[in-house]
Structures are given as structure tokens and as C-alpha cells.
Design a protein around this ligand. Structure first.
Ligand code: DX5
Ligand code: ZN
Length: 216
């Protein structure tokens, strides 16, 4: 069974506590939190204090996706705030610092995620596969919700699953961007185990049915 991680980027920011309850009652096990700094991506969203506030009102797995430059600077802060998974972008620092960042995330007790922008080939993740608990394949350009799903990222998932099976079979594969009722099966077919969904989840009339369908 797959895991759905609804992205609160599409939530009502005036009513985040209520919307965390919406995720919970729909049966979602995770909540995806998109952190953007206006430098790594052209948008600015939310940060450490909001993650800490969410932690106080939810027992869902907090899946924090950092779209920020040189994330190593904030690992300790996000840990303290209560993140469970902390995912950083491969493109956000030098390879040497990405190794250090992943190590630091794990040593602090969180699960380490590594994310690839659409233009980054799967092979670029090869040196990091054993150091991750999750690999995130972006199926849109990071920065905004509501974009069109890029089906041409599916071979990247297949490549990563094959190579992870050899060196780190327990590592999860996640997809993020344009995941809805139609594209979720395509992602699962290619090996995705964790599916992020922002606009489609929040637009769904029957969210419990949506969760069931995406996770099936
Ligand atoms: C985009 C974010 C996504 C976004 C997904 O940069 O990383 O998590 O919220 O939104 P949808 O599901 O609307 O594409
Ligand atoms: Zn995201």
C-alpha cells in the first residue's frame, strides 16, 4: 500500500490547525510541509516556527520538504521544531555538503530525504543512495502548487527503485507535483511509495475516498 502525504501548501493558512484535522480525519498518515526561501525557488512560504506549531497540534508524520539554499544551516532547527522526515535538494549545495547534511539529519534522529528537480538525472543521486531514508522525485518544477504533472519523470523512479533495491531496499521513493486520481496510479506503477498531493487533495469533495484511492 502507498502512503499519501497531503501538501499543506494548498491548505487555508488562517486555519492550519483545522486543516491538519482535515488530513487526519481523511485518513492521511503524513503531512507534507513545503518550505521555500525565495532563493532556491522563486517563492517564499513557511518555516521553522510553523513546523513547531504544527507539531503541537498533530501526531501525523511531518514530512518537511526544504526548497532552500544550503539547508545544512537549518537541520538542527527543524529537528527541534519536530520534523520527522527532512528532505533537502541535491541541487541546493555542493555534493560534499549534501553528504554532510544527510548525515547530520540522521544523526539528529530524523529521517533523511533527498530531492531531485526535474532537470537533475537519477544518476546524480547514485553517490547518496545509502545515506537516505527517502528519495523525492519532483514531477513539477519546485516552487508552486497546482502545476501540471510531468509524466516523463517516471523512468527516473524506475531507475532509482532498481538501484535502491541493490544498496538500500528500505529507502522510500516519493513523488511530488501534480499528483491526482489520474496520475497517482502512473506513479505507483513506476515504483513510488509516498505520494504528495496538494491541490488535488484539498479540492477533493470526499477526501477520505481520495486518500483511499491514492493509497490503494
Ligand atoms: C511544489 C511543492 C509541492 C506542491 C504540490 O514546489 O513541493 O509539494 O505543494 O502541489 P500540487 O499537488 O498541487 O502539485
Ligand atoms: Zn513539496
Amino acid at each position: 500500500m502507498a502512503i499519501i502525504s497531503p501538501s499543506i501548501l494548498s491548505a487555508d493558512f488562517v486555519n492550519l490547525e483545522r486543516d491538519m484535522g482535515v488530513l487526519k480525519s481523511a485518513g492521511a498518515p503524513w503531512a507534507h510541509v513545503d518550505v521555500m526561501d525565495g532563493i532556491f525557488v522563486p517563492n517564499i512560504t513557511i518555516g521553522i516556527p510553523v513546523v513547531a506549531a504544527l507539531r503541537k497540534v498533530t501526531d501525523l508524520v511531518l514530512d518537511v520538504h526544504l526548497m532552500i539554499d544550503r539547508p545544512i544551516r537549518y537541520v538542527a532547527d527543524f529537528c527541534k521544531a519536530g520534523a520527522d522526515y527532512l528532505t533537502v535538494h541535491l541541487e541546493a549545495d555542493t555534493p560534499e555538503n549534501i553528504h554532510k547534511t544527510l548525515k547530520m539529519i540522521r544523526e539528529s534522529g530524523m529521517k533523511a530525504g533527498l530531492s531531485l528537480k526535474p532537470g537533475t538525472p537519477a544518476e546524480a543521486a547514485a553517490p547518496f543512495l545509502e545515506e537516505c531514508d527517502m528519495i523525492l522525485v519532483m514531477t513539477v518544477e519546485p516552487g508552486f502548487g497546482g502545476q501540471k504533472f510531468m509524466a516523463d519523470m517516471m523512468p527516473k523512479l524506475v531507475w532509482l527503485r532498481e538501484h535502491l533495491n541493490e544498496v538500500n531496499p528500505g529507502c522510500l521513493l516519493q513523488v511530488d507535483g501534480g499528483v491526482d486520481r489520474t496520475t497517482a496510479p502512473v506513479c505507483k506503477q513506476a515504483g513510488a511509495q509516498v505520494l504528495v498531493s496538494g491541490s488535488a487533495f484539498f479540492k477533493a469533495e470526499d477526501k477520505a475516498a481520495f486518500v483511499k484511492e491514492v493509497q490503494a
